[in-house]
Design a protein around this ligand. Sequence first.
Ligand SMILES: *Cc1c(COP(=O)(O)O)cnc(C)c1O
Length: 422
Amino acid sequence: MSSIKFGNARQSISSIPVKELAEQFGTPLYVYDLSVIEKRIGELSKFDVVRYAQKACGNIAILDRMRRHGVVVDAVSAGEIHRALAASYCAEASKAEIVYTADLFDRAALEMVVEHGMLVNCGSPDMISQLGELRPGAEVTLRINPGFGHGHSQKTNTGGEQSKHGIWHTQIDDCLLRADQTGVTVTGLHMHIGSGTDLEHLSEVCDAMEKAAISVGRTIHTISAGGGLPVPYKDDETYVDLDKYFELWDATRNRLSERFGHRVSLEIEPGRFLAAESGYLIAEVRSVKKMGDNLFALVDAGFTDLARPVMYGSYHPISVAAKSGDAADREQVEVVVGGPLCESGDIFTQREGGYVDSRRLPAPRVGDYIVLENAGAYGFVMASNYNSKTRAAEVLIENGEAKLIRQREQFEDLTRGEIIPA
Ligand SMILES: *Cc1c(COP(=O)(O)O)cnc(C)c1O
């Protein structure tokens, strides 16, 4: 956690002045503090395997550093397999450094998985047959939907009958029959429910996992707790009690190890937990204007850079880095923070449902910087080119040094591949 928890005046990120970062690399700019990622990895050391859900933040420099810390990855698309390979992860199934986990194979993903002989976590019965036809005798893991879910909104619920994810818990026998037809072996089970901080709910998930593993039997060598470890975005939010979280899963794993007569490995698959708090989006204030009773600060980043507020009504801590360095001394005012897009929903301070809200901040002026915090997960990866905006640059702070890990997109990138027919 940074020194200012949810501060609203900030002059630096990991001791480097925000102004310096903005002047050197331009804005909008994503900045990641590697030391935060390293700290989070360390907190998960009790698990046998930490598998990073790279969809949260997939820059190959970040994947490379994760790899050097012994973290493996999952890939939810052919493109994510490409990223993992670019970051020097090994594709071989026996090493399980990359697992393709999805509810379907599109043709590109199936081809790539077969070409590289990768391990697959199947989220639908069809995947077992499709893989088995091309790679008879393959080992797979199954993503199970235990019949109930737990998500903070309809869009993030990952279990139950409204969810498209996973294999329905009563269909395990059918899946084993399918697997037999092509000699496929089920060696692991996976549940990604997202219990958040709710340990009572988690113990239901563990029970469901145990039941599912028993119904598959002794071929099971790994169980995965999935992702969903929360990070606090607001003062009243907390982390999950990791010791208790581990204890519940560890007890489940131990019972299964004993029953099967071999050690069952315990995986965890966080995305947000590893990446969210490392990331900051720096934007420059380009206009401050009063609209009736509301004061708007309009910045050069929009939902094309950070989509969570408009997509989910998500809250990000916001701070002001004053160009003159005096944000902490300024009068605090209520500010609506918005972006440059021709879209009235382009507001960072909004609640779920699109209601415009304001934030109490040091009175911003044109030329100041606004820092959107906890933006490392589901930030840059959801960026788009809507309004023909070029996507931001990304910078990694490592050992006190700011290193460019992605160039800002150029205008040529916007029209690349477009064709005016003769
Ligand atoms: C998205 C995802 C995760 C990571 O979720 P977080 O909430 O970011 O931890 C893990 N596993 C799977 C299969 C996912 O789709």
